[in-house]
Ligand binder design. Structure first.
Ligand SMILES: NC(=O)c1ccc[n+]([C@@H]2O[C@H](COP(=O)([O-])OP(=O)(O)OC[C@H]3O[C@@H](n4cnc5c(N)ncnc54)[C@H](OP(=O)(O)O)[C@@H]3O)[C@@H](O)[C@H]2O)c1
Length: 317
């Protein structure tokens, strides 16, 4: 896939997880296009190294690093409240994502995959709404793994699925790759549901409707990146071998992270690429039908209510 570069001089773009992998390459394309780019990273040292590489590679000196840990909602809220309100945001790419091989709860009480991949990016987006420019593009880097989440995996009354997980595992206990993927699949489905519900609420809002903010979700493609490096925290030999095999397969069949950045960049600049003003799920620059669960209005609304406090949502009231 090729990238058609758009002139983004004067625009401001934020990318989460921009120090490595697909996020780094999205930031690279945005920087090459002339935007002011903010790298939102949990490790400022890694972020600083990425900034230097990006400045050297693109000649764009308007690149900044900000600390943001999606596994900590205080960090997310501190970031959004510290944002300089005189700097409108034109592009927000929620790219950061993870998998885990143990049952971890964040300090906020959420299962970590669920919080980092789905819940916290939505809180981040809501916190930034007041500083989004007209026709801002919000891109949620999701995954085709969303198709593998079933209705039984998605209970808005127990959005983290703590009841089941708590029965099966102690806090911090390792689990097999199948559980890793189960958590990932459901987090990516919820990420899309929250994006779709956000679009609905934005369009219905008397304040934000006229701003024509657009929310998209996408599958970036099968990419050889560090996300596949997560080590199993289990003594189960079969899982260790399976993970090693997955890593090898990804190395052979996966594309380079630059290719993974093509669709998010396309969507981030898609006003000029004639993308309709509405939520869409995209796979490699083609609009696709997401899982039927993501298209379920009631489920999307129920997950929205489960994942946002009244305070977080009040900006859209
Ligand atoms: N690779 C694929 O084949 C593939 C396929 C479908 C979808 N995706 C999606 O594409 C996105 C990018 O993944 P990738 O493949 O580029 O993986 P990656 O190379 O592992 O990059 C993930 C990024 O997310 C950051 N991150 C992880 N936990 C975080 C947290 N708590 N707070 C803030 N940032 C955090 C990582 O930061 P650190 O460097 O500090 O860990 C890193 O910058 C993810 O959403 C992933 O689900 C990837």
């Amino acid at each position: 896939m090729s990238t058609k570069f758009i002139d983004l001089q004067g625009k401001t773009a934020l990318v989460t997880g921009a120090n490595v992998g697909i996020g780094y390459e999205i930031a690279h394309k945005l920087a090459k296009s002339g935007a002011a780019v903010y790298l939102l990273v949990r490790d400022p040292v890694k972020g600083g190294a990425a900034r230097t590489r990006l400045m050297d590679a693109t000649g764009n000196k308007n690149i900044h690093v900000r600390e943001l840990d999606l596994a900590c909602l205080t960090s997310v809220r501190e970031f959004t409240s510290a944002w300089d309100s005189s700097v409108p945001i034109d592009i927000l790419v929620n790219n950061a994502g993870m998998v885990t091989s143990k049952y971890l709860k964040t300090g906020d009480g959420h299962e970590i995959t669920f919080q980092v991949n789905a819940l916290a990016p939505n809180i981040l987006t809501l916190g930034l709404l007041p500083v989004l420019a007209d026709r801002t593009h919000i891109v949620n880097v999701s995954s085709c793994a969303q198709y593998d989440a079933t209705a039984a995996d998605l209970d808005p009354n127990d959005p983290n699925h703590h009841t089941l997980l708590g029965k099966l595992y102690k806090d911090g206990e390792g689990f097999p790759l199948s559980r890793t993927m189960w958590l990932y699949n459901r987090s990516k489905a919820v990420q899309l549901m929250l994006g779709r519900e956000l679009q609905r609420r934005l369009s219905a809002s008397s304040i934000y409707g006229p701003k024509k903010i657009v929310v998209h979700g996408c599958e970036p493609g099968f990419v050889a990146s560090t996300i596949w490096d997560e080590r199993p925290n289990t003594q189960d030999d079969a899982t260790v071998k399976l993970r090693a095999t997955v890593k090898k397969v990804v190395g052979v069949l996966g594309s380079v992270p630059e290719q993974g950045a093509v669709t998010p960049y396309f969507l981030a600049t898609s006003e000029r690429a004639k993308v309709v003003y509405n939520f869409g799920y995209w796979d490699r620059k083609v609009k696709r039908v997401p899982s039927q669960l993501v298209l379920n209005d009631e489920l999307c609304a129920a997950f929205w209510n489960a994942c946002t406090s009244d305070k977080d949502s009040e900006v859209l009231a």
